[in-house]
Write a protein that binds this ligand. Sequence first.
Ligand SMILES: NC(=O)c1ccc[n+]([C@@H]2O[C@H](COP(=O)([O-])OP(=O)(O)OC[C@H]3O[C@@H](n4cnc5c(N)ncnc54)[C@H](O)[C@@H]3O)[C@@H](O)[C@H]2O)c1
Length: 433
Amino acid sequence: MTLLDKIRQRSAVVGVVGLGYVGLPLAVLQAKVGFRVFGFDEVRQKVDRVNGADNYISDVDDADLREVVKNKRLTATSDFSIFKDCDIVLICVPTPLTRNKEPDITAILKVTRKLAEYAHPDMLVVLESTTYPGTTDEVMMPILTANGLKVGTNLFMAFSPERVDPGNSSFKTHNTFKLVGGVTPACLSVAQAFYEQSIVKIFPLSSSRVAEMAKVFENVFRSVNIALVNELAMLCDRMKINVYEVIDAAATKNFGFMAFYPGPGVGGHCIPLDPYYLAWKSKEYDVHARFIELAGEINEGMPYYVVAKFQRVLNRYGRCLNGAKVLVLGVTYKADVGDPRETPALKVMELLQHEGTNLTYADPFVPSLTLGERSYQGVALNQDILQKSDAVLILTAHSAFDYDHIVRHAKVIFDTRNATRNVKGGKDNVVLL
Ligand SMILES: NC(=O)c1ccc[n+]([C@@H]2O[C@H](COP(=O)([O-])OP(=O)(O)OC[C@H]3O[C@@H](n4cnc5c(N)ncnc54)[C@H](O)[C@@H]3O)[C@@H](O)[C@H]2O)c1
């Protein structure tokens, strides 16, 4: 039976490497549509939790995980020799930056080298991790073909970026449109046939490089537009114009405008990192990706701007940063998700800690956190803590917070997310970004 037949009959065995925010929902989806799935992770604890149907990713439905583990459609393992039993391998490992903001593709390399030991004819390998154009064909292909496999003939390789938006209740893995770029046309046919089994709409592309570039461009687009609106917010602050009213006004145009909102910076595993992958690669072609660098500079400067403006806010109330009792609301990188990676809130807190501010925080998703030498336990948000604080600093607008209650009881609120926009009545104690 050919690989294409196995895919169409859903009898192909699928391996998903990296059981994180991207990999676990993908593994559960493949198991749900009927494939036999092995989930690989080097962290033993994650493997055990998956096998115990103990869900740790909010985008995965508990009942779905229980079902696919119980009926043995999904099994997690750290034993990479099981690659030999897989017909399809989907790679969803992290792609961070080094300290100097250069791509760190160590995890991709490690998995590819391991996979090369077990790769066999009639295998499809798809990279889903976000990376720079060229990773699939320039970096992975030579490693996977070293033992004589031939891409497009008996080994099929593609790049298909994950576009998951954590916490998005409308768009999940199965209904987020998917790009697929094969290294060769035959690779594309196999990869497209595979994703068509589980995802509502597939857009085939002419190469893996186009797919890699498209994914990183999507994130550059967000980074640049967020930086633009952050710069506008700083200008509006000087000009004493409400930036949110400006954005809402511009958004009334019925074509050609897309609203982005300012904030204390960018976070998560995508926007702060991925654009630098392209900036790094572009230098190989004598191109300096200036928009990317500029956007990074503005977005990374936002925590410093927040602290400087907060200082002015406190000053107005006869307080200074040093010694002020400040209650921070929300520390994850975006509202209603529990992911604290690259969150600008921690940077703001670190800067305030350095100024001697007396910090407490509340976040329903984060029970405790560590900043340098200090550890903090999250507090319950109630009238008493609001009244005892000199100021409240909203850094992440979780919907679990009762903003009417916060505005009613806090002395002063610096709201960097416009989280208090729907609060009716007197808001003299609220200062916006
Ligand atoms: N989180 C998102 O919203 C999102 C969205 C789209 C794309 N992406 C991209 O998807 C990729 C994965 O991101 P994520 O958020 O799922 O990361 P994650 O850290 O949540 O998960 C990655 C998993 O890979 C495992 N891992 C690391 N090295 C490994 C190895 N050598 N062998 C086996 N397992 C290994 C880790 O233990 C972890 O469980 C990244 O490239 C990211 O940019 C993420």
